[in-house]
Write a protein that binds this ligand. Structure first.
Ligand SMILES: NC(=O)c1ccc[n+]([C@@H]2O[C@H](COP(=O)([O-])OP(=O)(O)OC[C@H]3O[C@@H](n4cnc5c(N)ncnc54)[C@H](OP(=O)(O)O)[C@@H]3O)[C@@H](O)[C@H]2O)c1
Length: 330
């Protein structure tokens, strides 16, 4: 199967443009068995995926440890594994983002992932104030010099946080939500990222599964699935759940998008290909809970480019239905 590659900013890495988001194989998405989790990751890697996104808090380390075990079993060339730090802080406040705290989190991730040096550590959607504290970024440079990580980047909630973060010269990547329901990064941030050769990691590409078109007004979610417990932002930023679009509005938009799905593709693949139309994007990281999902998602890399009228239709649906709910929030 063909999978396309893109240059990962200034790192020198080339990565497949479809990666693997490893949140759901950790926790917060209902029950995902160890077997399903491992099969999902293996299927992605078999399909040529070579970029994995995880975090120390996904299943409190379960996601990182599954990745460690699967990669150890497979042997061979290692994919790039990006993890995140910061969300173990309790309370999760800017003052907690000290070099000492972050170093302790990084040490735990090194252990969980079974490596001396992490490939990429991302600050995990820290409070906005953190981006205005240069001493933290100096501290991260010291940890790079110590050999605990190769590179660092940020995962942000808002476009303006991304713009601030890339003022720091050693930030190599920004992870941000960008999908048919969240189009603002393309207006403000992507040109700046390209100008500075920043790698852009796109998360929540399927709007938490909504953009697969499999949901309806009767769909239910397990009590430990954030699509149940964070529907209104009760546990973390509401933008991480269905991209912050009210459920009924999202269903209406998905119906309106159906006619745009290319023949032979699923809506999920169409949604991923839509993201890849943007040159500033380096890698899209759909989550997957089983092998079939991971495989289908990787196949989106090889879809033909979308026609201009299709892009226009997606813009129109965004402007009319979605933008009023999200555009000025993130
Ligand atoms: N703050 C942060 O930094 C942050 C926040 C969120 C996510 N992320 C990262 O971004 C990654 C992706 O985002 P996400 O997982 O939140 O959302 P997503 O990729 O938009 O949606 C993933 C979910 O959609 C469903 N799905 C995936 N592929 C499918 C397919 N082909 N057919 C049908 N259903 C499919 C699965 O759930 P069901 O089968 O249960 O529907 C899956 O768990 C995460 O795994 C994580 O690595 C980071």
């Amino acid at each position: 199967m063909k999978i396309n590659h893109r240059r990962f900013g200034r790192t020198g890495w080339d990565v497949a443009d479809i990666g693997f988001g490893a949140w759901a194989i950790g926790g917060s998405w209902g029950d995902v068995s160890d077997a399903d989790a491992r099969q999902a990751l293996n299927a992605a890697l078999d399909a040529g995926v070579d970029f994995i996104d995880t975090a120390d808090v996904y299943g409190d380390g379960r996601s990182e440890r599954i990745i460690r075990d699967v990669l150890k079993e497979r042997g061979g060339p290692r994919p790039v594994v990006a993890t995140k730090a910061g969300r173990r802080l309790n309370p999760h406040v800017a003052d907690g983002y000290t070099k000492a705290n972050i170093e302790a989190f990084i040490d735990r991730s090194r252990e969980n992932l079974g490596v001396d040096t992490l490939d990429l550590v991302q600050l995990h959607c820290p409070p906005t104030d953190v981006y205005f504290r240069p001493q933290l970024f100096d501290g991260l440079n010291e940890l790079v010099a110590k050999g605990k990580l190769k590179h660092y980047g940020v995962s942000v909630e808002r476009v303006e946080e991304a713009l601030k973060a890339i003022e720091y010269p050693d930030v190599v990547s920004v992870q941000i939500i960008y999908n048919i329901f969240r189009q603002r990064p393309a207006q403000l941030f992507f040109r700046e990222a390209q100008a500075k050769n920043i790698a852009v990691i796109v998360r929540v590409p399927l709007a938490s599964g909504m953009l697969t078109s499999k949901m309806n007004a009767q769909s239910t979610f397990a009590a430990d699935d954030h699509r149940n417990f964070n529907r209104h932002g009760e546990a973390f930023d509401v933008g991480e759940t269905f991209s912050g679009v009210p459920y009924e509005v999202a269903l209406e938009a998905v119906e309106a998008l159906r006619s745009s799905v290319p023949q032979g593709a699923t809506m999920a693949q169409f949604a991923l290909r839509w993201i890849l139309m943007e040159k500033a994007v380096t890698v899209v990281i759909p989550g997957a809970k089983n092998a079939a999902q991971a495989q289908a998602n990787a196949q989106a890399s090889a879809l033909a480019p979308l026609q201009e009228e299709v892009l226009e239709h997606a813009r129109k649906i965004y402007d009319e239905l979605i933008a009023p709910h999200v555009h000025q929030r993130w």
